[in-house]
Design a protein around this ligand. Structure first.
Ligand SMILES: Cc1cc2nc3c(=O)[nH]c(=O)nc-3n(C[C@H](O)[C@H](O)[C@H](O)COP(=O)(O)OP(=O)(O)OC[C@H]3O[C@@H](n4cnc5c(N)ncnc54)[C@H](O)[C@@H]3O)c2cc1C
Length: 465
């Protein structure tokens, strides 16, 4: 067994989070390799990555102002909500501009990672689809959250003779031409797919088992998600005070949509954010035009369609289960990071409790518009931990962080008890955690809009200097 400090760290996956991790390790000169089973960077944003849940009509739900990488703004000519292919190009540009491409081995799928001893700081022995890959000082999981489709087991589902797919199999609205389509589940993909069904199908129905909030993508001339989390300042709105507080902003945005009963829906009894809000300009348009209708949960399937909870019955040609994903890490033994209802638990969204040399990036569901920046900020915990172990930097702070700091990242926010919410974290709690990491534990955590944090790793700037 080699000494840890002579070994590189292995980052599994070259989607946005794998690149975030690679750039952060590169910035501190920590040796690493990235392996990616596909032939390109980009993760789910590459529609050709086998198993990707991407579809032709998908656009970023978070705006280009806040949704991209930390210290790497999306191009100015991009629209506010870029298409998936624009997001993919941007991800690839980020990797090239930071010289990360050379450190990625494509076409390598990790199939097994095992600690080489029972010590918490064990090195890792890793296998890939074509044999032994190597021994690594540590492993960083960056293999995503949307590769293991979750589907409820509805009664008599196997008797349905139409086309039954999970949303991850859906690619193009042309699949709906002339078809009666039922979409089950109103996550953001479910709603996009329901809109495609409304525009291309002969009939479109969206079934949900609970009410959701629906928000426009843009309000008062600014992106709604950014306005609601205070990432853009409140614009001038006649009759509304500029001193409006964040809670009043939320009330005002919801008031512009009005009671959801006007669209044949139900208004949730819980606060905004307790389930994931739907951000779409077109779904309410289709409800008001009657090109999309809402039904309650599916009670059971029939040969030709479904019976809903209110005992109404309808026939469909296609049923799309937009019912979400679990996070699956098939290449780790279950007891290494025990999954809770399909969601492995990483302390502070990064540390595996049992082994200090195993980390996860992109394993939380943050309730915020700048998730990729947050994942970068959390990656700084990994960097600090590695530096403490390998170089003795801030050993005391990092060791107290591991052993004494267990914040409740949900806070007392009343998240609804859903499978997706298991690893949901509250924005205010995350902000408080980032402050504590800086102030109490001495970690270098950039602000989400910090310019220049990665200038030392940017090849383009180095070359032009
Ligand atoms: C339809 C849809 C829309 C979304 N819209 C937004 C949005 O607007 N804003 C936002 O912030 N988030 C959005 N998301 C969330 C999305 O997960 C993130 O944007 C982002 O892609 C997460 O990056 P990641 O690197 O963690 O995972 P991924 O993008 O899933 O990348 C993981 C990579 O790991 C590779 N991999 C997996 N297993 C292995 C293995 N065993 N060996 C080697 N490589 C492996 C995969 O091939 C993939 O390239 C959306 C998700 C979906 C499904």
């Amino acid at each position: 067994m080699a000494s840890p400090s002579t070994l590189p760290y292995l980052i599994v996956g070259a989607g946005p989070c794998g690149l975030i991790a690679a750039r952060a390790l590169k910035r501190k000169g920590i040796p690493f390799e990235v392996v990616e089973r596909h032939t390109r960077v980009g993760g789910i944003w590459d529609i050709d990555n086998p198993g990707s849940p991407m579809y032709e009509t998908c656009h970023f739900i978070t705006s280009k102002l806040n949704g991209g990488f930390l210290d790497y703004p999306m191009p100015e000519h991009y629209p506010t909500y870029p298409s998936w292919s624009q997001v993919l190009d941007y991800i690839e540009d980020m990797a090239r501009d930071h010289g990360l491409m050379e450190q990625i081995r494509f076409g390598v799928s990790v199939t097994k990672a095992e600690p080489t001893s029972s010590r918490p700081d064990a090195t890792w022995s890793v296998e890939s689809h074509d044999g032994y890959l190597g021994e690594y000082a540590g492993v960083i999981y960056a293999a995503g959250q949307q590769w293991a489709p979750y589907a409820p087991d509805f009664d008599d589902m196997d008797t349905f003779t139409g086309r039954l797919i999970h949303s991850s199999e859906y690619r193009s609205p042309s699949e709906f031409t002339g078809k009666r389509v039922l979409v089950v589940g109103a996550g953001n993909s479910g709603v996009d797919i329901a809109v495609d069904a409304a525009e291309y199908g002969s009939a479109a129905v969206l079934s949900t088992r609970r009410p959701y909030y629906f928000l426009p993508k843009q309000i008062f001339g600014v992106p709604t998600p950014d306005l609601m989390v205070g990432k853009v300042s409140f614009p001038h709105v006649p009759q509304v005070s500029q001193r409006i507080n964040p809670y009043q902003v939320i009330d005002l945005v919801l008031a512009t949509v009005g009671p959801l009963e006007a669209y044949g829906l139900e208004t949730p009894s819980w606060p905004l954010g307790a389930t994931q809000p739907i951000v779409s300009d077109t779904v309410l348009h289709h409800f008001t035009h009657g090109t999309l209708t809402h039904r309650p949960n599916v009670k059971r399937f029939t040969e030709r369609g479904v019976i809903f909870d209110d005992d109404s019955r309808e026939d469909f040609d296609v049923v799309v289960l937009a019912t979400g994903f679990d996070i699956s890490i098939p290449w780790l033994d279950d007891d290494v990071v025990p999954p809770r209802d399909g969601h492995p638990d990483f302390h502070l969204g990064t540390f595996a409790e049992k082994y200090s040399t195993l980390y996860g990036i992109g394993v939380l569901h943050p309730s915020r518009a700048d998730a990729w920046s947050l994942f970068d900020q959390l990656t700084q915990i990994v960097v600090a931990d590695i530096q403490a172990r390998e170089s003795g930097i801030n050993v005391d702070g990092v060791s107290r962080l591991r052993t004494q700091y267990f914040p409740n990242l949900k806070g007392d926010f009343p998240f609804v008890d859903t499978r997706r919410n298991i690893n949901q974290a509250d924005t205010l709690e995350l902000d408080a955690m980032l402050t504590t990491l800086r102030v109490t534990y001495g970690l270098e955590i950039p602000a989400s809009h910090q310019h220049g944090f990665y200038s030392s790793t940017r090849q383009t700037e180095v070359m032009s200097a």
